[in-house]
Design a protein. Structure first.
Ligand code: PGA
Length: 241
């Protein structure tokens, strides 16, 4: 696996203009004072702003990631973007299987696995997302749901990848699982997936980041809303270094 021991990854989702994306990237690059050998910082802007964000990041240690790629190498797939294109655009990472895509684009774990394999094939590190809904947790099925997602989403091909445990009910809600629930799930994920870094995502803020990072089995954070504010995101990076 990479030399970093921790990952702080911002998922900007469908937000920002050309100007605001460049301003945010510049502010993160300037405010990110961590040691890149310890903590890898990644920002994942909308695909149309990848180039602009790459320019704004300049020579900083902050890495570029994308929010999705297609599961095929290329061809007649209108509106989609291949892993090779993302690599050429300067990406090092790509998020695959985010719950918003599983929900709104009806992506299956089989499709997520193909995306992860395309990412690996093209020298990108996939960040494979898994997580249960509130109803699934309430029914006592959180571990088995996540286990099934993992078994079907993990690439068959060899290569480095990250996993992100993001309970669907924690995303954008301000709710986070208890430390013992996070530790239990991360332990279970490692049992199923092997020795893979497992990030946590869902309502991470500057004021809860250190506590979550200190939870057993948490190798980093995947951050949505709070990654759109430079000060907040840099506060999270500071908690991780
Ligand atoms: P949030 O989103 O930090 O806004 O909860 C996390 C995610 O969707 O990755």
């Amino acid at each position: 696996m990479q030399k970093a021991q921790r990952w702080i990854i911002g998922n900007w989702k469908m937000n920002g203009t050309h100007a605001s994306s460049q301003a945010l990237a510049s502010a993160v690059a300037a405010g990110c004072k961590g040691n890149p050998d310890v903590t890898e910082v990644v920002v994942c802007p909308p695909a149309v702003w990848l180039q602009a964000v790459k320019e704004a990041l300049g020579e900083s240690a902050v890495k570029l990631g994308a929010q999705d790629c297609h599961g095929e190498a290329g061809g007649a797939f209108t509106g989609n973007i291949s892993a090779a294109m993302l690599k050429e655009a300067g990406c090092s990472y790509v998020i695959v299987g985010h719950s918003e895509r599983r929900q709104h684009q009806h992506e299956t774990s089989g499709e997520v696995r193909k995306k992860a394999e395309q990412a690996l094939e093209n020298g990108l590190i996939p960040i494979i997302c898994v997580g249960e809904t509130a109803a699934e947790r309430k029914a006592g099925n959180a571990l088995s749901v996540v286990e099934a997602q993992l078994k079907a989403s993990i690439p068959a091909r060899k290569g480095d990848f990250l996993l992100a445990y993001e309970p669907v009910w924690a995303i954008g809600s301000g709710q986070i699982p208890s430390a013992s629930d996070i530790a239990e799930m991360h332990g279970h994920i490692c049992k199923v997936a092997g020795d893979v870094p497992v990030l946590y995502g869902g309502s991470v803020k500057a004021d809860n980041a250190a506590g979550i990072l200190g939870t057993q089995g948490v190798a980093g954070l995947l951050i949505g809303g709070a990654s759109l504010k430079a000060e907040e995101f840099c506060g999270i990076i500071a908690a991780g270094t």
